[in-house]
Design a protein. Structure first.
Length: 398
């Protein structure tokens, strides 16, 4: 029995305090501060287990993700709607309603959505390894005049199935002089979808939102159209300097029951990878998330499971939110000088690489009380509790 559950026991021993119990084991829960060993692990056969946290009432999905255990090791109830229409990607994209992929500035939710859509269009293997039971589906990518070219370029370098996605430039307003805007052009959008009857629609939610109008109104209007037609919509939303919202705030807004059926976030993963992590699903749960990278020219290549549970996704997104340059400069100095004095030239080079101006670094140095001193190897910078007392030349003057 122990040999059959070797992978599970190995993961549990990493947290210590594993002891056998009737039908399984007790171990420390990796999700909450557990010193007693309150995680009940029950053998379910075929090397898989059921997870039940008795001390912190932790989500089994978060526990499994923290232990880096996938569906091959953990019993997961199959996702299912209550009187619903089914799935395009089980556990992630329902066959009707709006699924939102949200991301901070600097990451491409659109590239992720188009990669998922291409796999659905081809009827091939989905990002988490699931095999589709149905062959190719019809996928329509709606574009405004401003983002049609970007969609086409992303599809050109995407994987198999991208050639099955049609990019349609949709115009609205009087005389069709601009891209569609919601809720004003909701009737025009509904008419188009009734005529084309696609299985899946991909669009950029921000391009449908008029200037200065809350994006929630566009999302609600889109959700109403999808509900009336029974159509699956994969909508992406990316932060901008003008928006200034944290991804966590936007995800919570989109998670309102009347709006999105599912919301996923693109967040920082391990080893420099990004990850698609579910933060809200209606009537079902999924395990953890999926990591991806962009090697070479390919926008998205899925490679592993996200090592943290979905419960931490919002916190990760908040950490990555857009911050003032002065905050980034202070963090850079603290990180560089934490281990001791560093040559000024190296600090300046790191600041340039991070896109920080010398004046911004100088202000951050003054705020932190960073000390500059002259040594045999030239000017060095150090934090006030590590370096010598006294003044020195400013950062930008060495």
């Amino acid at each position: 029995m122990v040999q059959e559950y070797g992978a599970v026991l190995s993961a549990l021993r990493g947290w210590g305090n594993v002891r056998p119990t009737e039908g399984g084991w007790l171990a420390r829960c990796p999700v909450h501060d557990d010193r007693q060993g309150s995680l009940l692990v029950l053998a379910a056969g075929d090397g898989r287990v059921e997870l039940d946290c008795l001390g912190g009432d932790c989500d089994p999905q978060d526990v499994a993700a923290a232990l880096r255990l996938g569906p091959e090791n953990v019993v997961v109830a199959p996702p299912a709607f209550e009187d619903g229409p089914g799935w395009l990607w089980p556990g992630y994209v329902p066959a009707a309603g709006v699924t939102v992929i949200d991301a901070e500035d600097g990451t491409s939710a659109l590239a992720v959505a188009l990669d998922v859509a291409a796999r659905i269009a081809q009827g091939g293997t989905l990002p988490d390894g699931q095999q589709q039971h149905r062959q190719a589906r019809t996928v329509l990518a709606l574009a405004s005049p401003q983002n049609a070219q970007r969609m086409t370029e992303l599809l050109t370098v995407s994987g198999p199935g991208a050639d099955r996605i049609e990019v349609a430039e949709v115009l609205g307003g009087r005389g069709g002089q601009r891209g569609i805007r919601l809720p004003g052009d909701a009737d025009r959008l509904e008419q188009l979808l009734r005529e084309r009857a696609p299985d899946l629609v991909v669009l950029d939610l921000m391009s449908l939102c008029p200037y200065r109008m809350p994006v929630g109104r566009a999302l609600r209007s889109l959700a109403d159209v999808a509900a009336r037609l029974g159509t699956a919509v994969l909508a992406v939303r990316e932060a901008s300097k003008r928006a200034g919202w944290m991804a966590a705030y936007r995800a919570q807004e989109a998670a309102q029951p009347a709006m999105a059926a599912a919301v996923h976030l693109v967040v920082a993963g391990a080893d420099g990878a990004l990850a698609l992590v579910p933060v809200h699903t209606r009537h079902w749960t999924v395990m953890g998330g999926l990591q991806f990278q962009a090697p070479g020219h390919r926008p998205v290549v899925w490679n592993s499971r996200f090592p943290h549970g979905s419960g931490q996704a919002l916190a990760w997104a908040d950490v990555r939110r857009r911050r003032p340059a002065s905050t980034n400069a202070r963090d850079l100095l603290c990180s560089l000088l934490a281990a001791g004095p560093v040559p000024t030239r190296e600090v300046l080079a790191a600041a340039v690489a991070a896109g920080l101006a010398p004046r911004t670094v100088q202000r951050a140095r003054q705020q932190l009380g960073v000390v500059a001193s002259k040594t045999a190897r030239g000017w060095v910078l150090s934090l006030p509790d590590r370096g010598p007392s006294g003044g020195g030349a400013p950062v930008g003057d060495q």
